[in-house]
Design a protein around this ligand. Structure first.
Ligand code: UDP
Ligand code: MN
Length: 749
């Protein structure tokens, strides 16, 4: 008895409680699952799915739950939930099993016979490797010629295009009547003089640009294509409100301004052949590998900094659960949405994830809206990304490959992709994603309503360990913390209440995560695209976010558009220069151009060393600063107050009269300026993030060589010495009481 008690003491008790609670939870879950299934038609298949889920759940109970790696760049915690069954998706009770597996449970669908019994998604170690590679590399397909790309031309064209757009009447006109009329009239499609110019330039520079033929049908034919026809046939002629911006997505559609019809979002999910419900990782489920595979998993981990071994076993066109809020599938979008070019940049991407990314776009995008997919190879070193990739992609006429001769980094690689894009809207995606059903139209709808809207999908999480597709909490948006660190945070409760926000409403997003968004192509160039001076990776999401908001645009997260992304703990590719230095340099460029007086906060949060020109050369910023002036962009203060008001950012740490804490030695040690400055009435000082005592643009500093002080350049420390009541400059001594000062008002501790 004593022994038992001892076990039930401390952590033993907690463990026992957790065990009992888990068993009860499991029983409830199983009961709930059974209740939710009653469709006779697909009874057999459903039971299999349930059985597998039960096994999965039991396995999960046995195994320690593996936490998610915190994404390094895409920021602090992105709250996720596993999609297991309806009972667990608490904030989204609308998701039912038969919705989650909508497409796979289609009774018309032929189900492959399986003899794997209960093994389900626990990986079979006998999976034939050569089978897999056959599946993955597309057999003996003809080769597709990739395009070699001269980046200098693309970057030069950013400026060229900007110029062209500045003088373009079309753009101005489009701006004026955007409320009444779509800015994407069919003529926009052809007019792109500037686009043509870029291409001419490219051709002149010896770059071949392969083009999909206009009459090409989408290569994938499936069951879901029938759904497309059905949906369009059923389209309702709904009259629109006089303010088309009043969110059509949430079903607000009542008064006539625009003629074009609308239809229900197309929830396409096309595949070449029926999916195997028993395939590894099918339906986005977690896969638990037997322990005997650990060594292999570890061996291949560094290829992508996720479970590459497992990814290679998962079908390249697997299904993922439809995680959209329930009413998304019913929402209406316009019939005449603009077309898009999807741009994937990659460097040494894992084969299976790159293919899965491309397939998810081909399978789940309405063909008439997908102009093309451009793969920009940022000088990858892996052999399989050369000929083998050309060959594989040659079966998809819409896919084009652009190869950069030298590693340019993600920012300039995107510029290269954008320069040859033919769609009206650019959609950038990372090369290890899976687009969910209905992902594209809700994004294009926002651009259609206002060309200055830059919509981002909800970025869901594909586990780097078990490759499961996990949905994220509602109302998440991208923000930053000092010193310009990206992260996720929920929309404040009062904002949700005040605006009566529904879970399907677009969310204003102060900073985009960076990898996944759509933008009107012309608008992208009007904004000066990305600062081409940014290197490799990092900071570009801050740059484009500040630029969009401060120069008249908006960034939104669209809850009805969802894309899974593998968040990795580390970048799997090499940085040509030191990673830390590259990112710091990029951020300093952003700070110098966009942050105004707030750049002190950036430098003051651990980046003081970047101010030393000997330490770092951030390059020339003239063009970027000019661009900001030309676009008449608003101030960073405006951005903080209007876009991110819940971020409490005092521009100084403290202000007021400045008194020495060393009061026993001199009673009146208020810091006042020498005679010369007594003419200045204001004896109030700011204590800045750069640790300066400042008045307007000047700081307290040393006067010539002596220990006196004056308003001068912002260097040195200020200290009050005991000999007399005067204040003199001395080298910093953090422990010295004579160097402690107090201000009347503090904004931060
Ligand atoms: N990328 C690239 N060149 C680079 C660095 C990154 O083309 O020098 C690609 C990368 O393959 C990926 C995208 O840019 O498709 C975003 O990079 P990553 O996924 O590492 O960023 P994260 O998601 O970690 O922020
Ligand atoms: Mn990524």
């Amino acid at each position: 008895m004593m022994k038992v008690r001892r076990y039930l003491r401390g952590s033993g008790r907690v463990l026992a409680f957790v065990f009992v609670a888990s068993v009860i939870w499991l029983l409830f879950d199983m009961a709930a699952l059974r209740l939710s299934i009653n469709d006779v038609n697909s009874q057999l298949l459903r039971e299999r799915v349930i059985r597998e889920k039960e096994i999965m759940m039991m396995k999960k109970q046995q195994q320690q739950y593996i936490g998610f790696t915190q994404p390094k760049r895409r920021g602090f915690k992105h709250p996720v939930q596993r999609v297991t069954h309806p009972g667990k998706v608490e904030h989204n009770p609308g998701i039912k099993l038969d919705q989650v597996y909508r497409h796979e449970l289609d009774p018309k669908m032929e189900v492959k016979k399986s003899n794997q019994g209960h093994e389900g998604h626990v990986l079979r170690s006998d999976k034939n490797k050569s089978d897999l590679s056959k599946e993955n590399n597309g057999g003996g397909l003809p080769k597709k010629k990739a395009v070699n790309f001269d980046l200098k031309v693309a970057v030069a064209n950013v400026t060229q295009m900007q110029r062209a757009f500045r003088t373009s009447k079309n753009v101005l006109k489009a701006d004026l009547d955007k409320a009444a009329k779509s800015t994407h009239s069919p003529s926009d499609n052809k007019d792109s003089k500037t686009g043509k110019k870029v291409e001419e330039d490219l051709v002149n520079n010896g770059v071949k640009v392969s083009q999909p033929r206009a009459d090409e049908a989408h290569p994938v034919k499936t069951i879901s294509q029938q759904t497309l026809v059905k949906d369009v046939d059923r389209k309702e002629e709904v009259k629109l409100s006089s303010k088309p911006d009043v969110n059509l997505m949430s079903g607000n559609h009542s008064s006539p301004v625009r003629k074009p019809g609308v239809h229900k979002v197309l929830s396409l999910d096309a595949t070449n052949s029926p999916r195997d419900p028993n395939a590894v990782g099918q339906f986005g489920q977690a896969v638990i590998l037997p322990g005997s595979k650990d060594a292999e998993v570890m061996k291949r981990w560094d290829e992508g900094h996720f479970n590459v071994y497992l990814s290679d076993q998962i079908p390249v066109d697997r299904a993922v659960p439809d995680t959209r809020p329930e009413s998304c599938a019913q929402s209406l979008v316009h019939d005449d949405l603009p077309s898009t070019t999807v741009i994937f940049c990659f460097v040494d991407e894992v084969w299976s994830t790159l293919l899965r990314s491309v397939h998810s776009v081909l399978n789940r995008s309405p063909p008439h809206l997908l102009k093309e997919i451009i793969l920009v190879d940022d000088a990858s070193t892996k052999d399989y990304l050369k000929e083998q990739l050309d060959k594989y992609m040659s079966q998809f006429p819409k896919v084009r490959i652009v190869r950069l001769k030298e590693r340019q980094g993600l920012i300039r690689a995107r510029l290269a992709g954008a320069a040859v894009a033919k769609g009206e809207v650019l959609t950038f995606l990372d090369s290890h994603i899976e687009c969910n059903v209905g992902w594209l139209e809700p994004l294009l709808e926002r651009v259609y309503l206002d060309r200055k809207k830059v919509p981002c999908p909800v970025i869901e999480v594909i586990s780097d360990k078990d490759m499961s597709y996990m949905l994220v909490d509602n109302f998440q948006r991208g923000i930053f913390k000092w010193p310009l660190v990206f992260g996720w945070s929920p929309v404040p409760e009062n904002v949700i209440k005040k605006n009566n926000m529904k879970d399907t409403d677009p969310i204003r997003c102060p900073v985009m995560a960076g990898g996944l968004f759509s933008i009107d192509k012309k608008y992208f160039y009007e904004l000066g695209a990305y600062d081409p001076g940014l290197d490799v990776w990092g900071g570009e999401n801050m740059e484009i976010s500040f630029k969009i908001w401060m120069c008249g645009g908006e960034i939104e997260i669209i809850p009805c558009s969802r894309v899974g992304h593998i968040f990795r703990g580390q970048n799997p590719y090499k940085f040509p220069k030191d990673r830390q230095k590259t990112v710091e340099r990029n951020l300093a460029r952003v700070a110098e151009v966009w942050l105004d007086e707030y750049k002190d906060l950036f430098y003051g949060h651990g980046y003081q060393h970047l101010l030393d020109k000997k330490v770092i050369n951030i390059g020339n910023l003239t063009e970027q600063i000019e661009l900001r002036k030309r676009l008449k962009c608003k101030s960073f203060k405006w951005y903080l107050e209007n876009v991110f008001p819940d971020m409490d950012t005092p521009v100084v740490k403290a202000e007021g009269l400045t008194t020495s804490l060393n009061k026993q030695h001199h009673k009146d040690a208020t810091l006042t300026l020498p005679v010369l400055f007594l003419l200045i009435q204001n004896q109030q000082f700011n204590y800045t993030w750069m640790k300066n005592i400042r008045q307007q643009n000047l700081c307290i500093g040393s006067q010539n060589s002596g220990s006196g002080f004056a308003l001068t350049l912002c260097i040195n420390c200020n200290s009050s010495e005991p000999q007399d009541d005067s204040v003199r400059l001395r080298p910093c001594q953090p422990s010295s009481v004579f160097q402690k000062w107090e201000f009347t008002h503090y904004y931060v501790k």
